[in-house]
Design a binder for this molecule. Structure first.
Ligand SMILES: [Fe+2]
Ligand SMILES: [Fe+2]
Length: 305
């Protein structure tokens, strides 16, 4: 609102003065001019301020809209499907992942013994390792909150592509990128995910420097695959497969000198590629014929899995 100064107020006509037409009109016109100019300036400022505020809130709205664009699109798509639904809801991934983590943390030494006994028998029979690799395309790790619905076949290629892009050409390392999570095919054999996926922690036993195998670790895909490939590949490759998802710093005291050497030479560099390039948005470009050749060369005959 425009504010009137004292002179404007004194010149302001009243109903009583309205009879003094000429002077009154002049005074009225002067007042009108002043107040209109003031009002114009003020309303221009108000308009500018209002415009700036609108722009700012518009920009904030656009930024927020952009930030939450996936969620907004999901809400729209849900609205399209309403009232249809799926068990657990469309956003159930994280809840299931938490359930798996919690269940895995409850695995006991007895459970590990039972699982090891269960998988002394063959699950898939004699298979070519490349055929098993391709079955990773059917495996989704329901605990992996970085890969989400991306398949394990994609994950293996991501690690492989990242190695190549960073100049790794050691065939053992490249083979590890491809096969390290092959044990997750147990997901296709109806094993509970908490016994297959997730990290591998020590449950019991273990003596300083005596070796990881002397302790009881959680059972999972590393242990399963190791039981199938030990003796078929170089010892350090089988060892990395078995322990690829431990925390090396935590378990180092239980390792032998040889294991500590393998940790430094193979495990730690491997883990950078295993964990560092997991993404639902990264489509790796790899030469699958070359990948197949590497796997076939490492496993020229079918393996009892
Ligand atoms: Fe793994
Ligand atoms: Fe992995």
């Amino acid at each position: 609102m425009p504010r009137l100064d004292a002179s404007a107020r004194s010149a302001a006509p009243s109903h009583d003065d309205a009879a003094a037409a000429p002077d009154g009109r002049v005074a009225d016109a002067a007042f009108h001019e002043r107040t209109t100019d003031g009002a114009r300036g003020a309303s221009r400022r108000a308009l500018l301020l209002g415009g700036a505020a609108t722009l700012a809130s518009g920009a904030a709205g656009v930024a927020l809209g952009y930030r939450f664009r996936t969620e907004i699109r999901d809400v729209k798509l849900h609205a399209l499907a309403w009232p249809l639904d799926v068990p657990g809801g469309m956003d159930s991934f994280r809840r299931e992942a938490s359930r798996i983590d919690e269940a895995r943390a409850r695995q006991t030494a007895d459970d590990v013994r039972t699982l090891k006994t269960r998988y002394e028998s063959a699950v898939f029979g004699q298979v070519r390792m490349w055929d098993l690799m391709e079955r990773l395309a059917l495996c989704i790790d329901p605990s992996d909150r970085r890969l989400f619905c991306g398949s394990q076949f994609v994950h293996a290629q991501q690690a492989f592509a990242a190695m190549q892009a960073n100049g790794v050409d050691d065939p053992d390392m490249l083979l590890l990128a491809l096969i390290h999570d092959l044990g997750k095919v147990l997901l296709l054999a109806h094993e509970a995910p908490e016994n297959v996926v997730g990290t591998t922690k020590r449950i019991a036993d273990g003596e300083p420097g005596a070796g990881l195998a002397r302790a009881v670790f959680q059972f999972g895909h590393g242990e399963f695959l190791h039981s199938r490939i030990a003796g078929l590949v170089p010892e350090h490759v089988a060892w990395v497969v078995r322990w690829h998802n431990i925390h090396p710093d935590v378990q180092a005291p239980y390792m032998t000198a040889q294991e500590r050497e393998w940790t430094e030479r193979w495990l730690v560099p491997f883990k950078r590629f295993d964990g560092g390039f997991v993404s639902p948005y990264y489509v790796p470009k790899v030469d699958l014929a070359f990948c197949r050749e590497l796997v076939e060369r490492a496993f020229p005959s079918p393996v009892l899995v």
